[in-house]
Design a protein around this ligand. Structure first.
Ligand code: FEO
Length: 400
């Protein structure tokens, strides 16, 4: 049975949510699921904006059929060709061979790469600033390369003042009946997933996201329709300001995250002692993570959130403990910048993790390394407490 929703006059939600997928992009845990959003505009001409992932294809196709009610599908605007949104394009093409695919030339090339070359026919390649009028509605195309792939564009319906924003302003999390962000306590229940989605999926491309935000600031937007997660029709500036902070690598909160890698609990002991010292100095909302028990995507999103970061790692195979090395390289790969960092190393006979962690951190942009470091030899000794205390005082002085 169809399951559609009205977004605005003529504009309908025809997407669906997947609550079974364990790893988004085979990489990111999504215990709250994910939605794949698609929108159908019933104007003089009918227009579908993006399709969906294969996992929700039956619901999507039924929704489109129901709303079209026998009418032909005139246009399919493909804002983003990644298969979580375009995997059902070929199936749709079989049902609606008449529909003209409207996309950037790069997206059309990718459609031919992913499917057979006929899937992209008939088509209309569009460029920045071009538009498509379908009766009452006028769709204006704004390119957004690398948000999150090179072929991406966003589409602005100047009649309804709706921005179809592709991956931008999306989030992990399945929709639970409520369609709009204002129908949820978004800050309490969604913001962490939105941050984890942004930082891990497009965090690397902050410059390109800033460019899109600049273009969007020139549009009169009432509603943002992303390809994942709730639709925004209230308090848009709050979420846009979050995006602006993330895209400029500006810490969201003045707070400290301590991430540690510990084999037998001694490095964990040092991290916990430091956390306690910070608390006694008045630092609040300290985040403390074992990199072996949390996913690297959380370390990435928390590092984007916090202004001060502490990494504590044992030495392993003469290197950084594997889970810590993965996390640090992930931060570097996502272009994290503008943070203050302190390091704790441990090694029973040749501690090297401190130098190796420092090498990664100093190869990143605008990272300030505190001179206060701590070297443990196997376990925390009274002589280490002064170093940890100096580190705690330096962090607290900065934070408070
Ligand atoms: Fe949701 Fe870049 O795909």
């Amino acid at each position: 049975m169809h399951c559609t929703r009205v977004v605005a006059p003529d504009i309908h939600y025809v997407g669906s949510s997947d609550r079974r997928l364990a790893l988004f992009e085979s990489a990111f845990p999504i215990p709250r699921g994910v939605s794949y959003n698609s929108y159908l505009v019933l104007d003089d001409k009918t227009v579908l904006l993006d399709t969906v992932d294969r996992s929700v294809a039956p619901a999507f196709l039924e929704n489109v059929d129901y709303l079209l009610a026998g009418k032909q599908l005139d246009y399919v605007i493909v804002n983003h060709m990644e298969p979580d949104h375009a995997a059902t394009l070929q199936e749709l093409r079989l049902r609606h061979p008449e529909a003209v695919i409207v996309a950037t030339q790069k997206a059309l090339d990718m459609i031919a790469q992913f499917f057979d070359s006929d899937t992209a026919k008939p088509c209309q390649a569009v460029k920045e600033g071009e538009s498509l009028c379908t009766g009452k509605h006028c769709f204006n195309f704004v390119t957004a390369p690398m948000v999150h792939w090179p072929e991406v564009m966003v589409t602005y319906d100047s009649t309804s003042k709706v921005l179809f924003s592709a991956d931008a302003f999306g989030t992990f999390g399945a929709l639970s009946g409520n369609l709009f962000a204002d129908e949820y306590d978004f800050e309490r229940d969604w913001l962490d997933d939105a941050r984890r989605y942004y930082t891990n999926i497009v965090g690397k491309y902050g410059v390109q996201v800033q460019s899109l935000l600049k273009k969007a600031s020139g549009l009169d937007i009432s509603i943002i329709c992303p390809l994942h997660g709730p639709i925004w029709r209230q308090n848009l500036s709050w979420f846009i300001s979050k995006y602006s902070q993330w895209a400029t690598y500006t810490p969201e909160s003045k707070s400290v995250m301590i991430a540690y890698a510990s084999v037998y609990g001694d490095t964990e002991n040092a991290a916990t002692i430091l956390a306690n010292m910070l608390s006694e100095l008045g630092v609040r909302n300290i985040a403390l993570y074992d990199v072996s028990t949390v996913h690297p995507s959380l370390i990435v999103s928390e590092s984007f959130r916090c202004s001060h970061l502490v990494f504590a790692s044992t030495t392993y195979n003469m290197g950084i403990f594997v889970n810590m090395e993965i996390a640090l390289n992930d931060l570097k790969a996502h272009n994290l910048q503008n943070r203050t960092v302190a390091l704790i190393e441990n090694g029973s006979w040749a501690p090297t993790s401190g130098k190796l962690m420092r090498d990664i951190i100093t190869s990143m942009k605008n990272m300030r390394l505190l001179e206060q470091t701590t070297t443990l030899k196997s376990s925390v000794k009274p002589s280490n407490l002064a170093d940890l205390s100096a580190m705690a005082h330096a962090l607290a002085a900065d934070l408070l």
